[in-house]
Design a binder for this molecule. Structure first.
Ligand code: FES
Length: 210
């Protein structure tokens, strides 16, 4: 069955957001704002919380609890305003940064109770969300550091001078770009986990959190 909507208006807050979107388009191309406006009108958030063992060990139960309390629903339910749905799922393939949640097309990693509540509240208020874009790996004492098990042929570059970059393949799918950041002999790097698309040429970037 198709429902025909004959009169639709944004509320005050979303009217302002719609006006901001329209402003971005040149006078002769205002009609091109239709897609982001449709997105604004329809936006819903499907929150998928990974509760498989690595995420569970890193506190996914608490993330579930924080989501349920913030949204006042249980997993498997939809919020009363129909904007949020919540489910538990199996491994999202980003265990190294557990606990992990996928919301629509985006991954949110290394979450804490506070950060997931902040993310949900920003979504509720439709505030701009800046995804975590990088992850630092600092020294051999950092268990997430690629060189945590010492200097090998594979990790040699991390023990070199700052400024070098290296790429590794993860999950057989994603190429992850890292920059070495510390003095020679001290393994440290920054993993670039996301980018902003600023021109059509780089819109094909791909990755677990891009
Ligand atoms: S176990 Fe959660 S991402 Fe793999």
């Amino acid at each position: 069955m198709t429902t025909k909507i004959t009169n639709f208006t944004f509320d005050k807050k979303h009217s302002k957001l719609a006006a901001d979107i329209i402003k971005k388009y040149p006078a002769e191309g205002k009609r091109s704002a239709i897609l982001p406006l449709l997105d604004l009108a329809q936006r819903k958030y499907h929150i998928q919380i990974c509760t498989t063992t690595p995420c569970w060990l890193r506190g996914s139960d608490e993330i579930v609890k924080a989501c349920e309390q913030t949204l006042k629903i249980k997993c498997g339910e939809v919020s009363s305003d129909k904007k949020f749905s919540l489910v538990e799922i199996e491994c999202l393939g980003a265990c190294v940064n557990a606990p992990v949640v996928q919301i629509n097309d985006d991954y949110f990693e290394d979450l804490t109770n506070e950060s997931i509540v902040e993310i949900i509240n920003k979504m509720k208020d439709r505030k701009k969300l800046l995804l975590p874009k990088r992850k630092a790996m600092i020294g051999q004492d950092d268990p997430a550091c690629h060189a945590a098990r010492g200097r090998t042929k594979r990790t040699d570059i991390m023990f070199g001078s700052a400024g070098f970059s290296y790429v590794y393949l993860i999950y057989g799918m994603y190429y992850c770009l890292n920059f070495v950041t510390e003095i020679e002999g001290f393994p440290a790097a920054v993993l670039i986990r996301g980018t902003h698309v600023i021109s059509p040429e780089n819109q094909y970037l791909n990755g677990p959190v891009i």
